[in-house]
Design a protein around this ligand. Structure first.
Ligand SMILES: Cc1cc2nc3c(=O)[nH]c(=O)nc-3n(C[C@H](O)[C@H](O)[C@H](O)COP(=O)(O)OP(=O)(O)OC[C@H]3O[C@@H](n4cnc5c(N)ncnc54)[C@H](O)[C@@H]3O)c2cc1C
Length: 301
């Protein structure tokens, strides 16, 4: 019988797994990938101890740390349901079914979709949700980044060193990302910010060749070959419907990372903890694991 199942191997899940292994708990990590959003973050300049590191490099370090312990990991597996089974917890994935005394849900977030014509058709044919992964494919091309927050600015910063021209298509009247990120873009004549602009359609033939927008009420077509969608994130919590979630779908937790159901814990971006950052997800993962440890010590299961 497993003490703990951890869902997700992003910063929160990996940190929880390291803490659990160091407490000699019997654990299983079930995850779609290793690294989570950290593996697709661009330049990370706010993870203490590393003044500068790229997201993929940090994710490799996390994975290397976890691999120092004897932790069973099931990768490329998607959880579709979690439920209470007597005193135990049943976790069902697309490949199997597992039982444990406790669970930490650390399934993070994923990109929101534009929901406009052409988006599905041209996904991975010029339209992408990951600048870090796909940016290098657009060397000397004209591209558009959709969104006006930090993720969008992060993508634009990466792309301005690769692409010929970078449009930032922002629905609001001002860009809202951090000032330090805006400064990095400032004065770069490759970057053109289009505020008050709504995406209407992704255009193309075999590959993307344009983006139709409505800017200040007027229709325009940008002749771009690449489109990077950076309009926000939604929590991966659909499989956790038995848990209390807020209006955004984030799992509600208390200071001890406990959910509304005994034995069910959650950590990181998938929760209603304010601020979504790598260092916060790591801290929450460790906190959740220590709470599980105390729970197991005080509950007879
Ligand atoms: C482009 C970008 C740039 C960023 N830049 C920074 C930055 O500079 N600094 C910073 O601190 N933060 C940054 N962030 C935010 C940071 O990456 C996240 O806050 C952090 O990764 C959250 O960690 P997490 O473990 O909670 O979730 P995630 O990293 O989202 O990991 C979730 C894990 O759960 C898995 N999973 C999801 N659903 C399922 C399922 N149904 N079944 C099984 N497994 C599942 C995923 O495969 C993944 O392994 C950035 C994010 C993005 C997208």
């Amino acid at each position: 019988m497993l003490d703990l199942i951890i869902i997700g191997a992003g910063p929160a899940g990996i940190t929880a797994a390291v803490y659990a292994a160091r407490r000699n708990m019997s654990i299983l990590v079930v995850t779609k990938d290793i690294g989570g959003q950290a593996a697709i973050s661009g330049d990370v300049e706010n993870y203490t101890g590393y003044q500068f590191i790229t997201g993929p490099e940090l994710a490799i370090k996390f994975q290397a740390h976890m691999s120092k312990y004897n932790i069973e990991i099931k990768e490329n597996e998607e959880i579709i349901k979690i439920e209470k089974e007597g005193d135990l917890i049943r976790v069902t994935s697309d490949k199997g079914s597992y039982q444990a005394k406790t669970i930490i849900v650390a399934s993070g977030k994923r990109s929101k979709k534009l929901n406009v014509p052409g988006e599905k058709e041209f996904k991975n044919r010029g339209l992408t949700y990951c600048a870090t992964c796909d940016g290098p494919l657009f060397a000397q091309k004209e591209v558009a980044v959709i969104g006006g927050g930090n993720s969008s600015l992060d993508a634009a910063i990466q792309l301005m060193n690769i692409a010929k021209k970078v449009y930032i298509v922002n629905i609001n009247s001002v860009v809202e990302g951090d000032a330090i990120m805006q400064e990095k873009l400032h004065g770069n004549d490759k970057v053109i910010i289009l505020n008050n602009s709504q995406v209407e359609a992704v255009l193309g033939d075999k590959m993307v060749n344009g983006l139709r927008i409505k800017r200040e009420g007027k229709q325009e077509t940008l002749a771009v070959q690449g489109i990077f969608v950076e309009i926000g994130l939604i929590p991966n919590s659909e499989f956790a419907k038995i848990l209390d979630r807020n209006e955004f779908g984030e799992i509600k937790i208390n200071f001890h990372n406990q959910t509304n159901i005994s034995g069910f814990f959650a950590a990181g971006d998938v929760t209603d903890v304010p601020e979504k950052q790598i260092i916060i997800a790591c801290g929450e993962g460790s906190k959740a694991c220590l709470s599980v440890f105390k729970y197991l010590a005080t509950h007879k299961i």
